[in-house]
Design a protein around this ligand. Structure first.
Ligand SMILES: Cc1ncc(COP(=O)(O)O)c(C=O)c1O
Length: 382
């Protein structure tokens, strides 16, 4: 038995869906892209979705669409995958990290407010909150602040498809539904909820941004229907874009996986329920789960002062946990901009203790029980 922290699940139906595309007319962007976009936007409850080659491309195009430039300063969390911050750098903008909440590990709203209040108006142009590990950020609260300081919001929802929070009116708001954000992005990397090999999606309710993103993902090329009536071959390169297209092969896998997304979320919750119950009395901090924030449980992160010992012990027993993430302000690349250890104490406290236990929908009861037994054994023997 070898148990990783995350694992994709590919079924015979997934394989058939991919094979079918291989004998169709389209391998790169074709009819499966629109089908995937329509299915995904219906799942999230958002007007528009733009499929792209990966989550990093989704972030980059979002930063471009919101006109991030050398003069831009953007706020994000140090506890995230590097792509969240890097998209600002791709455009030459400056990254400002803000510390995290000690309970849900997302951006700390009080610190965010303090940072904005204590800076000259106009210092920042946008915020990229991350639904870390699948915990849905209350984007209504972020929007309230953003409105005061004239900021846009890109929600990095890579960890949270299917997660939601209840807003002030007790209305259910799905992560990435665009109700309180300008754009949101997702990844279909194999360990994520929907695996497409590589893949990403940008969601928005803003039709202008949507149209711009469609052109940016394909070089910045636009086809004008009027002109093409006369000259069928006609197209225009209006601005500098990229080739960030997803293939129909990947989209077919995504569509097939999307059919199981809801069921798989239920499975993740049932694993987390078992973990929560079994670990209740252990000296560890469990993930924040409350009725007003439906966790998407991409990761099941525990905090323990014995992190290194537990990591090694579990490895010896074929359980391969992971650390998400080394804070971005520890990275040499970001330290070159003046960030240093000590800047974000809550993120650092989190990093010293965090460990992602195995969490994937295809985990068998045997595997779940084995992880529970080994974690419990570890704390009994120390
Ligand atoms: C929070 C977060 N943002 C962005 C990304 C980038 O996505 P991708 O790997 O699809 O480029 C990831 C994926 O690892 C992620 O976890």
């Amino acid at each position: 038995m070898r148990i990783p922290y995350g694992r994709q699940e590919v079924t015979p139906d997934d394989i058939n869906a991919v094979v079918e595309v291989l004998s169709s007319d389209f391998l790169t962007q074709g009819p499966k892209i629109e089908e995937f976009e329509a299915g995904f936007s219906a799942y999230i409850g958002v007007k528009h979705a733009v499929a792209v080659s990966n989550g990093t491309a989704a972030l980059h195009l979002s930063a471009m669409a919101l006109k991030v430039s050398e003069n831009s300063r953007v706020i994000t969390t140090p506890i995230t995958f590097s792509a969240t911050a890097n998209c600002v750098r791709y455009q030459g903008g400056h990254v400002q990290f803000c510390d995290i909440d000690k309970d849900n590990y997302c951006l700390d709203m009080n610190r965010l407010e303090h940072l904005l209040k204590s800076s000259k108006k106009g210092t920042y142009c946008g915020i990229i909150p991350v639904d870390f590990a699948g915990y849905p950020v209350n984007t209504q609260g972020v929007r309230r602040l953003a409105q005061q300081y004239d900021l846009w919001i890109i929600e990095d929802a890579c960890h949270a498809p299917g997660g939601y929070f209840l807003d002030d009116q007790q209305k259910l708001q799905m992560s990435g539904n665009g109700m309180y954000t300008d754009l949101a992005i997702f990844s279909f990397h194999p360990v994520k909820h929907i695996a497409a090999g590589e893949g990403g999606m940008i969601t928005t309710n803003d039709t202008k941004l949507y149209n711009r993103l469609l052109s940016l993902r394909s070089h910045g090329i636009v086809k004008s229907d009027e002109r093409a009536k006369k000259e069928g071959w006609h197209y225009e390169l209006r601005e500098l874009g990229y080739n960030y297209r997803l293939t129909d092969i990947q989209a077919a896998l995504g569509i097939s996986q999307l059919k199981r997304a809801k069921l798989n979320l239920t499975k993740r919750h049932s694993i987390a329920d078992k973990y929560d119950a079994a670990f209740q009395t252990l000296p560890i901090q469990l993930p924040a789960r409350d009725p007003s924030h439906f966790h998407a449980l991409h990761l099941y992160v525990i905090l323990t002062t014995k992190r290194k010992e537990l990591y090694d012990y579990l490895r010896q027993h074929n359980i391969f946990t992971q650390v998400h993430y080394i804070p971005l302000h520890y990275m040499p690349y970001y330290q070159a901009f003046g960030f240093k250890e000590g800047d974000f104490p809550v993120a650092e406290h989190y990093y010293e203790r965090c460990l992602s236990l195995p969490m994937y929908p295809s985990m068998s009861n045997n595997e779940i029980d084995y992880v529970i037994k080994k974690v419990t054994d570890f704390f009994q023997q120390i």
